[in-house]
Design a protein around this ligand. Sequence first.
Ligand code: PMP
Ligand code: GLN
Length: 389
Amino acid sequence: MKLLSKLPDVGTTIFTVMSQLATDHQAINLGQGFPDFNPDDKLLDLVNQAMREGHNQYPPMAGIPALRREISSKLESLHGYYYNPETEITVTSGASEALMASILAFVHSGDEVIIIEPFYDLYISAIQLAGGIPVVVPMIAPTDDTPIFKVDWQRVRDAITSKTRMLVINFPHNPTGIRLNQIDLDALEQIVAATDILVLSDEVYEHLVFDGYEHLSLARNATIAANAITVFSFGKTYSATGWKIGYCCAPKALMTEIRKVHQFLVFTVTSPMQHALAQYMKDSKPYLDLAGFYQQKRNRLTQGLATSRFRVLPSQGTFFLLADYSQISDMSEAEFARWMTIEHGVGVIPVSAFYRRPDALQSNHSLVRFCFAKRDDTLNTAIEKLISV
Ligand code: PMP
Ligand code: GLN
């Protein structure tokens, strides 16, 4: 039988490939983004308690009401925007499922969807599975004078056609670590006001914004929020990436369509974790303290690399930072990442993997991504190895 692949250009994701390589070579894994420490004991106890109390059967399709209510009041207190927990919030199997369900719900065959490059790998495949056409708008790459990626909103506007259905954005941004500024939010508002494009906003790193800045959720702008789906992940916020629980929020008419997809993708999401999260979320301290916690780790890695031949780019948010290795090698990013893992015992991710054509010259800027969501002793050991590269 001749199979016709729906995703002929897709292999195994770079995160899985590089984690496997790190395991095979006993390297420290600063590649795939996940903490190497446990969630808070209090949260683990709450899960245990929920299981013992009998919360082990199918919960409601959209998520348990108590959790949706907590999510609603959190978003309202942080961003001043009210999402109705009954009709406008759905608990999903990680942010991944929320993104996939949103794209499948709204993108029809032949619709164009704008994504900004570099981009998280899920978006392009989800668009293709929906029969949509990805329209890739590159960011402005860093230079010696401006060592940070930037979105060129004029290019985004220029990419809009009568077929554009959706714009996908992600701030704080994986892998570049840039955050959204008021100027970006204003540019987005203009776009939304002038068109009927939906905005899919991947905000999984919402609590990881450094140096005293606040995360600007799209929920802060009522014009945008009326046309947007905002997506979040408990995995990042509570150091529990393996639980695969997230949620999305959108106006009722949009959420009705997303739930139609959600109910057939997974129907609902693991019950005891939802009960535990609904309790744990009542305390804002754990998520409000997160930026400070990770900022110290960012600083540790940045300072640790100061005497190395890597040149660190500023990380405004996420638990990633990029480093330029042009003083070390002229290998492609993919080759360099493998070489680092195998020969130097530190697993990293090539930034080119976040490009549509990873092998192209324009996708290679001699940059690799480090994940600093690691214990301090892990970071210290990695730094020792990195200094000698
Ligand atoms: N979006 C971005 C930008 C991510 O980095 C990730 C993965 N860490 C996800 C979505 C998926 O999140 P989850 O594990 O909650 O599905
Ligand atoms: N988002 C994580 C990263 O960027 C990986 C998640 C995954 O492996 N699917 O590293």
